[in-house]
Ligand binder design. Structure first.
Ligand SMILES: Cc1cc2nc3c(=O)[nH]c(=O)nc-3n(C[C@H](O)[C@H](O)[C@H](O)COP(=O)(O)O)c2cc1C
Length: 220
């Protein structure tokens, strides 16, 4: 599927069917995560069929059902933007495989999970996944003019990049970012203070670059 279409079809899904992920999909998911781990250097851990640990992880978020599979990013705060970038690549890969997802930023008790956490590291974010009860719904969105700015001439691909950015998931749907094009050079910056904005900015960067095939630099 074309990348923009894939982004349009992705919505957060928090309720899943009680159906284990098929073996061939597990292989595809594990392979993709291995590749991402190598490329990014991030500490990414995948858990399947783990109701107890995930219940604990998501104790705060009542709207989840049958959330027994998840991908956790373990590391240091400085890695948040990278987590967003590579995590969203995984989200879109899962979407392509017919698997639904939801980003979840959690406080947790490390004793109660199966995750291996080294000294000085924490769980930065989690992505739950499974076969959705539904495909979710499109989030309410800001307008392109609210989140973008052009200085100098506007490249032909810029609007598509901004559209892709607006399709991205952000914490509490805050969309606190700005995509700036200054004489063809793209930067992505926070727009005000919000929750997990640095993860959001990495997600936005992935959307922008995947659609335009142009580089965008995150300035935190
Ligand atoms: C960094 C981040 C953290 C999130 N944390 C949570 C969370 O803790 N609980 C939850 O239910 N949804 C969480 N979400 C999902 C957002 O609420 C969701 O992406 C947003 O409302 C936009 O909807 P969409 O993903 O369907 O486009 C998170 C999303 C991001 C990007």
């Amino acid at each position: 599927m074309e990348m923009m279409e894939l982004m349009k079809s992705r919505h957060s899904v928090r309720r899943y069917l009680e159906k284990p992920i098929a073996e061939d999909l597990r292989t595809a998911i594990n392979n993709y995560i291995d590749k991402t781990r190598q490329e990014s250097g991030l500490n990414i851990q995948v858990c399947y069929d783990e109701p107890r640990a995930f219940k604990t992880l998501l104790a705060h978020y009542g709207s989840f059902r049958n959330a027994v599979n998840y991908i956790a990013f373990v590391g240091k705060k400085e890695e948040q933007t990278k987590v967003g970038y590579y995590g969203e690549a995984i989200v879109l890969k899962l979407q392509e495989l017919g698997i639904n997802t939801c980003w979840v930023a959690v406080s947790y008790s490390k004793r109660k999970t199966a995750l291996k956490i080294n000294k000085g590291e924490t769980i930065l974010c989690v992505i739950s996944f499974g076969y959705g009860e539904t495909q979710g719904t499109m989030h309410r969105s800001k307008k392109a003019a609210d989140v973008s700015e052009v200085i100098g001439e506007k490249p032909s691909w810029f609007d598509a990049g901004v559209e892709a950015a607006l399709l991205a998931p952000t914490a509490v749907n805050q969309q606190r970012f700005k995509v700036i094009c200054e004489n063809g050079v793209i930067t992505i910056r926070p727009n005000g203070i919000g929750y997990y904005v640095n993860i959001d900015l990495g997600i936005i960067k992935y959307h922008f670059e995947a659609v335009t095939k142009k580089k965008a630099e995150v300035i935190n």
